[in-house]
Design a protein around this ligand. Structure first.
Ligand code: PXP
Length: 248
């Protein structure tokens, strides 16, 4: 844990790369083990309805391997049944549309109150902690509390997409205010979406934030920091074959 803030590493995009060939590598379970060895406090995966990256098998393999597993999921009964059989430590309910590239915006708890309430009761009765992924909005936070959420994950897309100092500061103020309200209501506060090596400092400095969930930036960095070694290893493998060359 860094200064009291947990880092949840989202490994979805390791699986995205694997699914590009529908093969077996890179294996998200191996990535999860390396992430934990490097100091990750938890592993987050999103089992999407269209299974575009993480598969049910990944989830079942990850459960006994990782210390703290957070499952992002739609407020959907079929996925809730899977969650209740896998038993992640926490489930984070997120909005989900098939056409989107990634989760867009927070879950609207006014429009989806009935489904969230039903799925949340199912998850909580299985002993799974429930977090709701919502925008930094006072009304949404109050509904999250009224519904009985354990935590909220505040959507940081607007902050991470802000370009000017004025806009960045305004978004940080909103995140600070939302955190203050949520903590006063007794909710745990997580944040995530679009956080990277350059903007994470702003949210890590907000008092009351307990967990950051970060995926794309870490997987992107890993591809580049690992590239040099990967090419060297392939050169060695070719040279090894080349030394043994023959016609039969
Ligand atoms: N938190 C939630 C609820 C998400 O849906 C996502 C994206 O899957 C993340 C965090 C991680 O976002 P990013 O990949 O941009 O770091």
């Amino acid at each position: 844990m860094i200064n009291g803030i947990r880092l949840g590493v989202n490994i979805d995009h390791v699986a995205t790369l694997r699914q590009a060939r529908r093969g077996v590598e890179p294996d998200p379970v191996a990535a999860a083990i390396l992430a934990e060895l490097a100091g990750a406090d938890g592993i987050t995966v999103h089992l999407r309805e269209d299974r575009r990256h993480i598969q049910e098998r990944d989830l079942r393999l990850l459960r006994p391997v990782v210390r703290r597993l957070n499952l992002e999921m739609a407020a959907d009964d079929a996925i809730a049944d899977i969650a209740c059989s896998v038993l992640p430590d926490e489930a984070t309910l997120v909005p989900e549309k098939r056409q989107e590239l990634t989760t867009e915006g927070g879950l609207d708890l006014i429009a989806n109150e009935a489904a969230v309430d039903r799925v949340m009761k199912k998850l909580k009765s299985a002993g799974i902690q429930v977090s709701l992924f919502i925008d930094p909005d006072g009304t949404q936070i109050e509904i999250a509390k009224a519904l009985g959420a354990d935590a909220i994950e505040i959507q940081t897309a607007r902050y991470s997409e802000a370009k000017t100092k004025v806009c960045i500061d305004r978004e940080l103020d909103e995140l600070r205010e939302s955190t203050r309200l949520a903590r006063e209501l007794g909710l745990h506060v997580h944040m995530g979406h679009g956080l990277n090596y350059f903007n994470v400092q702003g949210v890590a400095g907000i008092l009351g934030v307990e967990e950051l969930n970060i995926g794309h930036a870490i997987v992107s960095r890993a591809v580049l920091t690992g590239f040099f070694e990967a090419v060297k290893e392939m050169k060695r493998a070719i040279q090894q074959g080349n030394r043994q060359r023959s016609y039969n």
